[in-house]
Design a binder for this molecule. Structure first.
Ligand SMILES: Cc1ncc(COP(=O)(O)O)c(C=O)c1O
Length: 368
């Protein structure tokens, strides 16, 4: 291969992560909890403006805990964005609840509030897992209003949207509870991990209880309920703490990468994921749709691959996944259309101008 591989969104260390890990080693806080975990919880909670935060092993685990503490159980109907990663929806199934998949609208690419309202009018779900996709906020005014009117518990899946805002409030910290992921490809990483945030202390305390095997307060191991081993490790949290220090910079650079692509590809028949007017996205991934049938996303992906550049189709909607073929769905066709013509472009914050130029140049050549 001619050049080093350019990945979609690789980890980008800020420089202080190892200090936090060394400190854990020095104090022998290797397993499992310690001050990096509480420090990282404080960092993220303070950043997004949530009073309480719980560090866990993944974003999926955080969503699972959210559903459990909010009382979602067997047979409950839980609506979810269909245009998302499966980690948004599998926790609904873990709880033996029934997912109801809701399509996107064109103005946000996120959940269509009209379809949510249609569902509520027919038979309201108990809860909604709402994804803020690719670092861009869903239509929170409309969705929060509907959830309030029909008494639907709203859980924000902001796994991809740490740093995005809606009316100057951070996505993930607007509803009763929200979730972030620190998976390796996210805007900041802990090599793996997730966080549940809320302003309700009781909710986070209960989640902590379930995340630590539902251990009762006794010197021996006493259990009245089944829980999970979901806590974040103190070593991972050390990486997270270092990353939290550079989060504002990472958001700035993600947005600069988006601006670069928008300018560089302005002559081509491509569209970019919209940003709703009251929101400000983190632009975690720059995503495009190709508005010219002669160039498919796969053709672009293969052209980039030839240059050792990773790109990826947009998420295949959950209602098109074989595993959810029998799930209830409200479909307009928007997310399928986006999936058919969309591509995620490399958006790593350590990319150089030359890297970005190579990606843009390759895309232009594929259109020529
Ligand atoms: C929208 C969305 N929800 C949930 C998750 C699950 O997070 P994790 O991989 O940390 O379990 C991810 C991504 O990883 C995601 O993109």
């Amino acid at each position: 291969m001619k050049n080093k591989r350019i990945f979609l969104s690789p980890p980008h260390m800020g420089g202080s992560e190892l200090d936090f890990i060394h400190s854990a080693f020095e104090r022998n806080y290797i397993a499992p909890l310690g001050e990096n975990v509480s420090g990282f919880e404080e960092d993220v909670g303070a950043f997004v403006g949530a009073k309480y935060a719980l560090g866990v092993s993944s974003g999926t685990a955080a969503l699972h805990l959210a559903l459990r503490v909010l009382g979602v159980g067997a047979g409950d109907r839980v609506a979810a964005s269909s245009f998302t990663f499966i980690g948004s929806v599998s926790p609904i199934v873990y709880q033996n609840a029934e997912p109801i998949l809701i399509d996107s609208d064109e103005t946000s690419w996120n959940l269509d509030p009209n379809l949510l309202e249609d569902l509520c009018k027919r038979r309201k779900p108990k809860a909604l897992v709402l994804t803020h996709l690719y670092g861009q906020s869903a239509d929170m005014d409309a969705i929060c209003e509907i959830c309030e009117r029909y008494d639907v518990t709203l859980i924000e899946d902001a796994a991809e949207a740490l740093g995005a805002t809606y009316r100057d409030r951070f996505c993930g910290a607007i509803a009763r509870c929200g979730v972030y992921s620190f998976n390796g490809n996210k805007i900041i990483t802990a090599s793996g991990g997730g966080m549940l945030v809320s302003n309700e202390e009781a909710l986070i305390k209960k989640a902590l209880f379930y995340a630590t095997q539902s251990r009762e307060n006794a010197p021996h191991y006493e259990h009245k309920e089944i829980g999970y081993n979901y806590r974040m490790s103190n070593i991972s949290a050390g990486i997270g703490r270092g990353q939290a220090r550079v989060l504002p910079d990472r958001i700035r650079v993600k947005r600069e990468i988006f601006d670069f692509y928008r300018r560089a590809l302005s002559d081509l028949p491509v569209k970019f994921m919209p940003e709703l007017p009251p929101s400000r996205g983190s632009r975690w991934l720059t995503t495009i749709t190709i508005e010219d049938k002669s160039v498919t996303p796969e053709k672009l992906r293969l052209a980039l691959e030839q240059e050792n550049v990773e790109s990826r189709p947009l998420w295949k909607p959950m209602h098109l996944q074989p595993v959810f073929k029998d799930a209830e769905k409200l479909i307009s066709g928007v997310s399928q259309k986006l999936f058919n013509k969309g591509l995620c472009l490399p958006s790593g914050t350590a990319m150089s101008r030359d890297d970005l130029g190579l990606v843009a140049g390759t895309i232009k050549k594929a259109f020529a």
